[in-house]
Design a binder for this molecule. Sequence first.
Ligand SMILES: Cc1ncc(COP(=O)(O)O)c(C=O)c1O
Length: 357
Amino acid sequence: MHISELETPALVVDLDIMERNLSRVAGYAREHHLRLRPHTKTHKVPALGKRQLGLGAVGLTVAKTTEAEVMLDAEPADLLVAYPVMGAQKLDRLRRVAKRTQVTVALDSAEAARALSAAGVDVRVLVEVDLGLGRTGVAPGDVAALVQEVVALPHLDWDGLMFYPGHIKGMTGEDEARLARLRRDLHDVLLTLTALRLVPRVVSGGSTPLLFHSHTIEGMNEIRPGTYIFNDLNTAAMGACGLEDCAATIIATVVSRREGHMIIDGGSKTFSSDRLATGGADFGQIVGMPGAVFHKMNEEHGYVDIRECKNAPAVGERVQVLPNHICVAVNLHERIYGVRQGTVEESWTVAGRGKLQ
Ligand SMILES: Cc1ncc(COP(=O)(O)O)c(C=O)c1O
């Protein structure tokens, strides 16, 4: 099938670009002896997780226990749930997943560790440390106490540390300072643990914006990038990739047009309402139509200002939109179509979409 025959709105992935992104990062991880445990929240497709494993990933990462169930189909040797697991149903689910593969859980509280242990779930544990994001994670000075608690609990096998450097968006002066601080804090945590003879096997960090700086973070031996498989306008705006590295776009049809403005057949339920992380008022970039501004959305309507656009399409014609934040957009779609030079070569069900528990 040709791409022009797809019913819109359709989420399409350029396979040549995606494969280049996957190989580049697999090669980088190999070159720098970094374990690669990609975060699958970006694609939510077991077949794509399988490709990442085929290229040398040591395991896969998920945020939720329901996503872990879905990703079992990728047959990972190890699944990291990079999110504290709370509540009886989630613990039950985790126990079932742990019967089928090695499970690692990241946590940042004694409560989460005790609940996991009391539920009798045999898992590896990464203690999460906050190295500047200010989200989850214990303060660097509290890591050792939580590690000691985990080590003492039955069923839990302490495997190391996890952090997420989501506060470092690019490599501006401020980000350089944040990265220097992160390196210092991590170094101090590792010194403290070593003095207590608590040596982590895994120190897991990494994000897409910081990806190719990972080898400069001493002591970190694993990366968990997610967005890198597709990249998006955010990644490009942060300077972490070029527009030519963005694999995923959404094809939409112009359903209405008036003087200076047109409506496309997708809104916040197709693209998500995320604005660019670096600032900006648009909801995506219309490929090949300079001057077209995708400035407003309702649920099923996208408003594009075409006053400054010389080649705006007619009603019934199509546009290709590069989304701001691909991970959220993927979660809104049932299928992803893999396209090579205009031909739809394969398609995948987004099996992990809506898996929020
Ligand atoms: C804990 C954790 N690890 C890894 C990632 C992957 O980050 P990125 O998509 O920037 O590669 C995320 C993203 O939200 C995350 O929350």
